[in-house]
Design a protein around this ligand. Structure first.
Ligand code: ISJ
Length: 410
């Protein structure tokens, strides 16, 4: 039996004057008004954002990382750094879809048919001025002072010198007041314009809250032409007149730090007994005002007998040594004991699976992000530590990373 097709809902004449982004706002307002989870995202290099709304929170899949194969459900993955009762792993089914590049229609999946009359009626109404974004019921995480963060770095360096861990990525949260009239969708547009090569996202889920970010880091990608991709991204320095992607010079510490992440990915391939991967780099890449070192890994899925490579790699990769450390369990145990705040969805992963078409998945590490609360934003950033880390420099590096998304608070 053929699968029932999604229904195409056309905008009523009352919406004729709304542009593509105003239509997106209208759909977001409707989803929030009815307490539904949603995700808005703009893929790297793409011109326009997309929106996905799930019919209910209960309809979201929880617990397992998504399957990256053409037969799996279409949806948006929103995964925490570490799963817990407070931070469940979500896969939001693609019940209502809207692509601002094709603004004439709204797609409604068969599972959400019951909503059709409500959505049709909503499309004809004016957009409300205020949007009811979801806020996390958890208390705001503790924000580390400079003294606290440098103490954490010193503990990390000590653990590396004692050989408890080889590398650990410490992180912190920072609290900033929201400017008056802060509008997450306008902030999303600002990030999209400022960082054309980032994956820009705005996710709002009951219980998990509202998260906005512009990440440079691919976690796992399966492309239309059947390629699997991931990257080893690490090492950080600011873009300056002297340091551009062509001229940047990296210290031994940074080269080693990034090489460890690349080695971690090679080990994941080895665990699956896969040898046929292409490795390119490391080379210097730009992410906003920062430079990183990146190695690209690619597998031609048409040429290897690994039909589930995407799914298997995703399960092995998260959390990568770019956000946790190495060896993984020892690094996670260190962070659990010493970091003293809840990362929640920062350094988790997110992105669409089977939305563009069956078999296409684009998952990113949730970095350079903030959580929107009622009156403040919580910003997050981390730094990879090695035996040579200087606590003051690591603090400065987190300040620079926070700046990527803090630009929307100015
Ligand atoms: C942890 C973050 O970034 C990661 C850590 C990096 C580093 O240690 O230099 C660089 C890029 C990311 O893989 C972050 O942005 O919060």
């Amino acid at each position: 039996m053929p699968l029932p097709e999604p229904r195409l809902l056309l905008w009523p004449p009352a919406a004729a004057g709304l542009g593509a982004l105003a239509r997106l706002r209208h759909l977001v307002a409707g989803a929030l008004r009815t307490g539904r989870p949603l995700a808005v995202w703009r893929e790297p290099g793409a011109g326009r954002p997309q929106l996905l709304v799930s019919r209910s929170l209960e309809a979201a899949y929880t617990g397992l990382p998504p399957a990256l194969d053409a037969g799996a459900p279409a949806g948006f993955a929103f995964f925490p750094f570490r799963e817990s009762d407070h931070n469940p792993a979500f896969f939001l089914p693609a019940d209502v879809r809207y692509d601002a590049a094709r603004p004439d229609a709204v797609l409604v999946a068969p599972a959400a048919r019951a909503l059709l009359p409500n959505i049709a009626a909503w499309l004809a109404l004016p957009t409300p001025a205020a949007l009811a974004w979801h806020h996390s019921p958890q208390p705001a995480p503790a924000a580390a002072t400079e003294a606290e963060y440098t103490a954490l770095v010193r503990e990390g360096v000590a653990a590396i010198k004692e050989k408890t861990v080889l590398k650990v990525v410490s992180s912190r949260a920072a609290r900033r007041p929201l400017p008056a009239g802060f509008d997450p969708l306008a902030a999303f547009d600002k990030l999209s314009a400022k960082y054309p090569q980032a994956f820009v996202s705005l996710v709002s889920v009951p219980g998990a809250g509202t998260w906005l970010g512009a990440t440079p880091e691919v976690l796992a990608e399966v492309t239309a032409d059947g390629h699997f991709r991931t990257v080893a991204l690490a090492a950080t320095q600011p873009v300056t007149e002297a340091a551009s992607p062509r001229t940047a010079i990296w210290r031994q510490k940074e080269i080693e730090e990034q090489a460890l992440v690349a080695r971690f990915i090679v080990n994941c391939f080895k665990q699956l007994r896969l040898r046929e991967y292409q490795e390119t780099g490391p080379r210097t890449v730009v992410a906003g005002q920062l430079l990183h070192l990146r190695t690209d890994f690619e597998v031609d899925l048409n040429a290897v007998p690994f039909p589930n490579l995407g799914t298997d790699m995703l399960r092995l990769l998260h959390p990568t040594s770019a956000v946790g450390g190495m060896p993984r369990l020892a690094a996670l145990a260190f962070l659990h004991q010493h970091e003293r705040y809840d990362r929640a969805y920062y350094s988790g992963f997110l992105g669409p699976v089977n939305v563009a078409a069956p078999g296409i998945a684009r998952l990113f590490v949730n970095l350079r992000c903030l959580q929107v609360r009622a009156h403040e934003a919580i910003l997050y950033a981390g730094t990879g530590l090695t035996a040579d880390s200087d606590p003051e420099r690591e603090w400065q590096e987190t300040e620079m990373k926070l700046q990527t998304v803090a630009t929307v608070l100015q």
